[in-house]
Design a protein around this ligand. Structure first.
Ligand code: B12
Ligand code: SF4
Length: 429
């Protein structure tokens, strides 16, 4: 008999959360490799296509498939009590999950997706419910929180933690031989409009605020035929928007992105493509920009962080100001709409003294594109994160919260002033 595996994407406990093409891609990828070798059921608290109550319409989405989640206001956890913003629980209700667990036959295993380190309260809630109502299920956690905060995650009482990207311990625990070339298990959704792809792992840079170099190491492309097969699956399922979760989507484009885009252009795909996880402006050439637009890229998010050359050099030199300006010119010349090009800039980074954030925001504005302040989250194990132990206790992952940390660093008023300024600049484009 095939084992029965429950897949859970937990609710989010945070000040803010928005469905910016969020999918539990790590967990779905693992489940895909077990396709046909196990029976699956999914409970995705963050599936906005799932009705919150019988007969209710799904939540509205914007033209690119993004939108808000259901939420309820809740009490602040103690370590975030001083942050003057509402604290909330986002996603489907707890009773929907408990009803679901009661109805289902026993599961052998339960996989739980972990994402931001500071979202662990949602995982704790899911574990409690599974233990109570499906006591036979062996609980397996994997993903970013488990990888970056392993000791903390051990305390939640799961049966197995899959730390980092080595999946051997998982296959041994399940006693199943995986089929590694299978795409993610997207067909588990009854209805799906947004999908995710990742064409490669790792990144060639070493930014001091980022965990990717340590966790993933050198850049490695994924096999092109697997990415294309996954794209086809998403197309068959009626997906309209695909977001890339790559950390270095534009790196070594001759081997990775260019052949992928050429292949989907040949297939006359109508799917809109998006890059929420920041493109590196340095690698945007005229040819690449033109190909991306032709293949269906609609939104372009560029990682910029600061226009201060001192700050850029101190944090790893991933991109310089003139490179951003050139990339924007090329994207616009290729047909991208300026209102769909956004440059991210870090808010609340500990080297704020040299970041010249306001000047940077005005520089981005002068290019005729939108700016977005990306609140800084201090990540344990990274140089900049470790430096923040001066201000917060990093061993409590709630203190990594991206809304909270800039307020701790800059104060509530200054943080709001900069956010208001960003809104004003964007409005005046
Ligand atoms: C895509 C992405 C996003 C997406 C959304 C992702 C999502 N679903 O929520 C967007 C662009 C919205 C985003 C936003 C942000 N992000 Co982000 N993001 C990522 C990224 C690139 C991938 C995360 C992911 O989905 N991984 C899952 C899949 C794709 O990973 P995988 O390698 O295939 O997984 C392997 C293993 O981990 C394992 N596995 C993974 N999941 C599971 C599950 C199970 C059950 C099992 C068994 C195994 C398993 O198996 C896989 C096979 O090898 C990571 C960096 C990275 N490369 O991991 C940063 C990362 C998670 N983000 C980070 C940050 C800082 C942010 C922001 C704070 C940035 C900002 N200031 O705006 C925001 C926060 C958003 C919020 N609301 O709080 C940090 C983490 C911060 C933290 N404290 O946790 C990371 C690690 C990047 C970094 N700088 O180091 N992000
Ligand atoms: S370029 Fe992006 S993914 Fe790579 S190390 Fe820097 S921030 Fe991380």
């Amino acid at each position: 008999m095939k084992p029965r595996i429950l897949l859970v994407n937990p609710p989010i406990y945070d000040f803010a959360a928005f469905d910016f093409w969020l999918k539990p891609y790590g967990m779905l990828s693992i489940a895909g490799k077990l396709r046909g070798r196990a029976d699956f059921a999914l409970f995705d608290y963050l599936d906005r296509m799932a009705p919150f109550s019988a007969g209710q319409k799904p939540l509205a989405s914007d033209r690119w498939g993004r939108g808000r989640f259901y939420f309820e206001k809740i009490q602040h956890p103690e370590s975030l009590a001083s942050i003057p913003r509402y604290f909330r629980r986002f996603g489907l209700s707890r009773s929907m999950f408990t009803d679901f667990l009661n109805k289902e036959k026993p599961f052998d295993f339960a996989f739980i997706q972990t994402t931001m380190t500071y979202w662990y309260p949602g995982i704790r809630e899911v574990i409690e419910d599974i233990r109570r109502l499906q006591p036979k299920a062996k609980i397996i956690l994997g993903g970013n929180y488990v990888t970056l905060c392993s000791s903390h995650a051990k305390e939640l009482g799961a049966d197995l933690l899959v730390i980092g990207t080595n999946l051997e311990p998982l296959w041994q625990y399940l006693k199943i031989t995986p089929d590694l070339i299978q795409p993610a298990l997207w067909e588990i959704y009854d209805k799906i409009k947004v999908g995710v792809l990742k064409l490669g792992d790792g990144c060639p840079f070493n930014c001091t605020y980022c965990s990717v170099p340590k966790v993933y190491g050198k850049f490695r492309p994924r096999p092109l035929e697997c990415s294309l097969a996954e794209f086809e699956l998403l197309r068959r399922l009626g997906v309209e928007n695909v977001a890339f979760y790559d950390d270095a989507l534009l790196f070594e484009p001759d081997m990775v992105l260019i052949p992928f885009l050429e292949a989907i252009i040949k297939r006359q795909s109508k799917i809109n493509l998006h890059s929420p996880n920041a493109l590196n402006a340095r690698f945007v050439t005229s040819e690449l920009a033109e190909l991306m637009v032709r293949a269906g890229f609609k939104t372009f998010y560029l990682g910029f962080e600061s226009a201060s050359s001192q700050w850029q050099k101190r944090t790893g030199s991933k991109v310089f100001s003139e490179e951003l300006a050139h990339a924007v010119e090329k994207l616009i010349a290729a047909g991208a709409s300026p209102e769909n090009i956004t440059a991210y800039q870090i808010l609340g980074h500990p080297s704020i003294d040299i970041q010249e954030l306001e000047t940077s925001m005005r520089f981005v504005h002068s290019l005729g594109i939108r700016g977005m302040l990306a609140d800084f989250s201090p990540i344990p194990g990274t140089p900049d994160g470790e430096y923040c132990r001066k201000w917060v206790n990093l061993d409590e992952p709630l203190t990594h919260n991206k809304t909270a940390f800039p307020i701790v660093m800059l104060g509530f008023d200054e943080s709001n002033r900069l956010k208001d300024l960003q809104r004003q600049l964007n409005r005046s484009l």
